[in-house]
Design a binder for this molecule. Structure first.
Ligand code: HEM
Length: 537
C-alpha cells in the first residue's frame, strides 16, 4: 500500500537507518521532484543563526507508561477507534502547536508530529536520496513469514533504489503516463455503460437523479480494470456484464485489507501476529488473497507473453523486463502486487470524493463540463487522448482541490537519516517524524477559507509548495501519481459528457483506515445528460 498508516498502538519495532545508503545517488528516483534550494544566508554567518533548541524542548503530549498518549487522543477525539487519527492530528496541532512530541501507545520513543509546511520542507530536505518511512507492519510481517521479497513499497536501501529505478521510468514521467491514456479509454467507456445500466436497474427515481446511487463497486471495478490494463497490458473483464470472478474477489479482498487496517492497528502486536481476533484473521486472509490473485494474474501474463513476446510491447511490464535484468521474477511479482493494491482503492476513492464535491457545486461542475466539451468535444464516443490531457487546466485544479479537501493519505511519515533542524529544534538521526499533510492543507495560514471547495485558488502562484502534498514528495513520493491523475482525468472527461452529477449531501463521516474514506457509501446522484441518452436507457 502506498500509505503510511500511523498505528495508534505500536506495532513494529524501529528499524535502524542505513546511513551508508544515503550517500548513494538515485539517478531516476531522486530527480522526480526538486526541493527549493536551502536558504544558506543564515549559514554564512553562524553567529546570525540562532542555535537550535534541543529535542526535549519540543512540547510534549501528556504521556502515560505503556498507554503513551492514548488518553489524550481519546480526550481530543472521543470517537477515536483507531479510525479518526486524522482528526486527532488536527486537534493536537490546535492544542500543542505545529511541532509536538507524541508517544504512540506501547512505543519506547517519542515520534515528532509536524503540521507546518516549512517544517515539512525541512524534513524532506533532510531525507536524502533513499528516504525511509515506517512500513505497514502487517504486510511486512506477511511477506517475511512467507519468504516473499519486500517489493517497492516495503523495501529499503539499495534494494528499494533498484526497484524504484526500474518502475519509475515507465510510469512516472507525465509523458509516459499519458501514453497509457488510449489504453484505458475502452474500459472507461465501458464503465459509463455500467453506470447507465445500474441507474436504469435501480429505478426511475435513481435514473432521474433523485435517489442516491452507490458507486463504490463500479468505481473500484473500473480502477482495477484500468490499472491492470496499464501494468499488464491485459483486460481483466471486471466491467463485463458477467464480471470476471477473479476481479470481484480482488476488489473484495482489497476492501477488507483496507477496512480492517484501522481495527488491527489498535491491537498490540502479539494479538494480530497470532491472529487472535476476527479482524486480524480477516486482514491476513485478505492480504493472502490479494497476493495469490495478483500472482496468478502475473504468472498467466508472463506465461502467455513468453509464447508471444510482442504482447508485452508498450506495457509497463514489458518496459520493466526489457530495461532491467536485475529484477527477479519474484521481485516483479511482489511489486506488481504493490502496484495493483496501491493503485485501485486510492484512485477509486479519490474519484468518489471528487464526484461528491462536483455534485454539491453545480456551477463548478458546469465550468468543468464546458472545458471538457471545448477540449474533447461533446460527442461522448470520442476518446480522450494525451493531447487533450495537456490542454485541461480547470480539470487539474478540480482534482488538486478535491484532493486537498479530502486527502486520502492524510498523514505521511519519514525516518530522519541524519540530524536535522526542524522548526528550530534539533532532531537526532533516526527520529520518526509524522507529517500531518491534511491538517496542514486545512490551515487558513495556507489556504484562505480552507474548508471551501474552490478549484480556482490553484490559479494563484503563491501557494506554499509543501502545503498540500496529496502524493507525498521527493524520491519516495507516489510512483503512480501521474497514472492516477491521468486515470481520474479520463474518467471525469467521459463521465461529464454523459451524466450530470446531482447535488447530494456531504459524506457524514470520514474514517482513516490506511486511506481516508467515507464511513458509508459516498452520497452520489446522477442523471443522464441528454434526453437522447435517457431515451436509450
Ligand atoms: C489518487 C491516487 C493516489 C494517491 C492519493 C496516492 C498517494 C500516495 C502517497 C501519499 C504515497 C507516499 C509517498 C511518500 O511517502 O512521499 C504513495 C506511495 C506509493 N504509491 Fe500512490 N497514490 C495514488 C495512486 C497510486 C497508483 C495508481 C499507484 C500505482 C499504479 C500507486 C503506487 C504507489 C507506490 C508503489 C508507492 C510507494 C512508492 C515507494 O515507496 O517508492 N499509487 N502514494
Amino acid at each position: 500500500i502506498c500509505t503510511v498508516r500511523v498505528p495508534v498502538v505500536a506495532t513494529s519495532t524501529n528499524i535502524g537507518i542505513r546511513t551508508k545508503a544515503t550517500a548513494v545517488g538515485t539517478a531516476n528516483a531522486s530527480t522526480c521532484s526538486k526541493l527549493p534550494p536551502p536558504d544558506l544566508s543564515a549559514r554564512a554567518d553562524p553567529a546570525a543563526a540562532p542555535a537550535p533548541k534541543p529535542f526535549e524542548a519540543i512540547p510534549r503530549v501528556p504521556t502515560l507508561p505503556v498507554l503513551g498518549a492514548a488518553l489524550e487522543f481519546a480526550r481530543l477525539e472521543p470517537k477515536n477507534t483507531g479510525q479518526k487519527f486524522h482528526e486527532v492530528v488536527k486537534k493536537l496541532s490546535a492544542k500543542y502547536g505545529p511541532i509536538v512530541r507524541v508517544r504512540m501507545p506501547g512505543e519506547a520513543r517519542d515520534t515528532v508530529l509536524i503540521t507546518d509546511a516549512d517544517m515539512v520542507a525541512e524534513v524532506l530536505r533532510a531525507e536524502g536520496p533513499i528516504p525511509r518511512r515506517r512500513h505497514v507492519p502487517t504486510w511486512e510481517y506477511y511477506r517475511k513469514q512467507n519468504g516473499l521479497p519486500m517489493g517497492l513499497v516495503l523495501d529499503d536501501g539499495e534494494d528499494w533504489k533498484r526497484l524504484r529505478s526500474a518502475v519509475q521510468t515507465p510510469i512516472f514521467p507525465p509523458k509516459n503516463a499519458h501514453n497509457y491514456c488510449s489504453a484505458i479509454n475502452p474500459a472507461t467507456a465501458q464503465a459509463m455503460e455500467v453506470i447507465k445500466e445500474g441507474l436504469r436497474r435501480a429505478g426511475p427515481r435513481t435514473l432521474a437523479g433523485e435517489d442516491l446511487f452507490a458507486m463504490e463497486e463500479i468505481t473500484m471495478r473500473w480502477s482495477l480494470e484500468a490499472v491492470t490494463t496499464i501494468i499488464l497490458g491485459q483486460r481483466l473483464g471486471a466491467l463485463d456484464a458477467e464480471p470476471n470472478p477473479l476481479a470481484l474477489e480482488m476488489i473484495r479482498a482489497n476492501n477488507t485489507a483496507v477496512n480492517t487496517t484501522g481495527p488491527v492497528f489498535i491491537m498490540p502486536e502479539f494479538v494480530w501476529r497470532n491472529q487472535l481476533t476476527p479482524a486480524a484473521r480477516e486482514h491476513f486472509e485478505a492480504i493472502k488473497t490479494i497476493t495469490d490473485l495478483a500472482t496468478r494474474i502475473m504468472n498467466t501474463t508472463l506465461t502467455e507473453c513468453a509464447k508471444d513476446p510482442a504482447k508485452l510491447h508498450g506495457t509497463f511490464l514489458g518496459h520493466v523486463l526489457q530495461r532491467d535484468a536485475t529484477i527477479t521474477r519474484d521481485e516483479m511479482l511482489a511489486t506488481a502486487v504493490d502496484l495493483l493494491f496501491a493503485g485501485i482503492d486510492t484512485t477509486a476513492r479519490s474519484l468518489l470524493n471528487i464526484m461528491n464535491l462536483l455534485g454539491r457545486h453545480p456551477d463548478m461542475q458546469a465550468k468543468l463540463r464546458d472545458e471538457i466539451n471545448a477540449v474533447v468535444g461533446t460527442d461522448p464516443a470520442v476518446a480522450v487522448n494525451a493531447t487533450h490531457l495537456a490542454q485541461f487546466k480547470y480539470l487539474k485544479n478540480v482534482i488538486k482541490e478535491a484532493m486537498r479537501l479530502y486527502m486520502i493519505v492524510p498523514v505521511n511519515a519519514r525516518i530522519l537519516p541524519r540530524d536535522a533542524v526542524v522548526g528550530g529544534h534539533l532532531l537526532p538521526q533516526g527520529s520518526e517524524v509524522l507529517l500531518g499533510s491534511q491538517a496542514i492543507a486545512h490551515k487558513a495560514k495556507y489556504f484562505a477559507d480552507p474548508l471551501t471547495f474552490n478549484p480556482d485558488r490553484w490559479e494563484s502562484k503563491d501557494i506554499h509548495p509543501f502545503a498540500s502534498l496529496q502524493f507525498g514528495f521527493g524520491p519516495r513520493m507516489c510512483v503512480g501519481r501521474r497514472i492516477a491523475e491521468m486515470e481520474m482525468s479520463v474518467f471525469l472527461a467521459h463521465l461529464l459528457r454523459r451524466f450530470e452529477i446531482m447535488p447530494a449531501h456531504a459524506p457524514k463521516e470520514m474514517l482513516y483506515n490506511v486511506l481516508l474514506s467515507s464511513a458509508g457509501p459516498m452520497p452520489l446522484k446522477f442523471r443522464p445528460l441528454s434526453a437522447m441518452m435517457a431515451s436509450t436507457l
